[in-house]
Design a protein around this ligand. Structure first.
Ligand SMILES: [Zn+2]
Length: 444
């Protein structure tokens, strides 16, 4: 039962009971469909959709391509953006997400200034464009406003990082508060904070930014230990590994979302797990960038929550992201069915993976969603039970088909905030958003 007020599921009742209800209830039967909670994309940089497919090579004379060489291409794309092209890239990226079954996104937004590194008259100009892009296609968005002050620990920003600069802590917090105020009445938008990484903010900034988030029950996200070089830099500067540093600054708690967390010691795993923190896994991007393998089994066993994100958008596919968390563990351990829970006589992975893709992401972004239940946000998707990839499903095996085997093409219909945004694989902005995006990618 969808609400007469906006946004939330009013009730879950058997179909037969609906007819006995008072009021104007419209019954819509979805033949050969199953309903799932919408997937939550807990880590995205939507403009990076522009460089998909354009970084899959290295200069012939260069022996290595890695995260750091990829980053040069990403900086080039970031410097070329205008507010208008950023809007077109973000809108298309969010549209692609909706088609794949994501209904909400945590947009880790670090574009603050113009191409020359000067502040816009409206300091949140670009963040507001990205939020507007999500609203235009009906995607729920938590704009994670990024603090970015150093080009490495104690190092000045590099010239190519000039658009990211938030040089003063108080101004950053004031701007973020103004952004939160600006979207307060908008049903699809919310705001959180994100010190970019321990490389990009002084350690003294971590506690006050965290306090800001805690006071407002807002999300606190940070990239953590994606690359060994960050761990080495942290050891050199602080004689602490990244998670140890975060713990020392008092920010490791249930409200922390640590993005990537690929290079952890057992002690760091125990810290994150003991705090019931969230780790946002982005395995589609991590495999693309050669970042390393998440110690997912250890994190789950220690008590951490894993959510998923499509990060750089090399692929946009929640099914692939959630199953890679499990499949990477299989490759790493030479075992099967690593992450999961006991369900009666069996230990199975599918329910735990679906939880990562939905409820854990909602928890990370502080949404009351990711589940289909009375009072939760009405963000859900329909999948095609007649799809070729699902042939042979049974009640017993359907969750495994979905979580471990099926393509995102099984998604046929998408509702966000109780409003149907995609109907039979069509969105009303498919044509114009795609054309606008293609036009942007034709530019050098
Ligand atoms: Zn990221």
């Amino acid at each position: 039962v969808l609400p007469d007020g906006p946004g939330r599921i009013a009730d879950i009742v058997p179909a037969a009971a609906l007819a006995r209800r008072d009021g104007d209830i419209v019954i819509r039967r979805l033949a050969d469909r199953a309903i799932l909670p919408g997937f939550v994309n807990a880590h995205s940089h939507s403009f990076q959709r522009l460089i998909r497919g354009r970084t899959q090579w290295r200069p012939a004379g260069r022996v290595n391509a890695d995260f750091w060489s990829w980053r040069e291409a990403m900086y080039g794309a970031a410097l070329a953006l205008t507010p208008e092209s950023l809007y077109d890239a973000a809108r298309f990226c969010f549209l692609e997400m909706l088609h794949a079954g994501f209904t909400s996104v945590g947009e880790f937004h670090y574009l603050q200034r113009d191409g020359d590194g000067a502040a816009y008259d409206e300091p949140n100009a670009l963040a507001l464009r990205v939020i507007a892009a999500a609203e235009a296609v009906g995607m729920r968005i938590c704009l994670l406003n990024v603090a970015y002050a150093t080009g490495g620990i104690d190092a000045p920003l590099a010239p190519e990082q000039r658009r990211f600069a938030t040089p003063e802590l108080q101004a950053y917090l004031d701007d973020t508060a103004a952004l939160a105020d600006a979207v307060r009445a908008r049903p699809l938008a919310s705001v959180g904070v994100a010190p970019h990484s321990i490389r990009a903010v002084p350690r003294e900034w971590l506690a006050p930014i965290h306090a800001w988030a805690k006071n407002r029950d807002a999300p606190f996200h940070i990239h953590v230990a994606e690359q060994p070089a960050e761990v080495d830099a942290s050891m050199r500067a602080y004689a602490l590994r990244p998670v140890d540093l975060l713990a020392r600054e008092g920010v490791v708690g249930p409200e922390l979302s640590a993005v990537h967390a690929t290079h952890l010691t057992p002690d760091e795993v125990a810290l994150l797990g003991g705090a019931r923190a969230t780790v946002v896994a982005c395995p589609g991007t991590e495999r693309d960038l050669g970042d390393g393998l998440l110690p997912a089994g250890e994190l789950v066993a220690a008590g951490a929550h894993i959510a998923i994100g499509s990060d750089s958008h090399t692929i946009i596919d929640p099914f692939e992201e959630m199953r890679l968390v499990e499949y990477h563990e299989r490759l790493h351990r030479l075992q099967r069915v690593v992450i999961g829970h006991n369900h009666g006589e069996r230990f199975s992975s599918a329910p735990a993976l679906l939880e990562m893709g939905t409820h854990n992401g909602a928890r990370s972004l502080r949404f009351h969603g990711g589940r289909i239940d009375s009072g939760t946000l009405a963000d859900f998707i329909a999948i095609d039970l007649e799809h070729r990839s699902l042939a042979g499903w049974t009640r017993d095996s359907l969750a495994a088909f979905i979580a471990l085997c099926a393509p995102a093409d099984i998604v046929t219909d998408v509702w966000v905030d109780g409003v149907q945004r995609i109907r039979q694989r069509r969105h009303e902005h498919d044509d114009d958003a795609t054309a606008a995006f293609r036009a942007r990618t034709l530019q050098p």
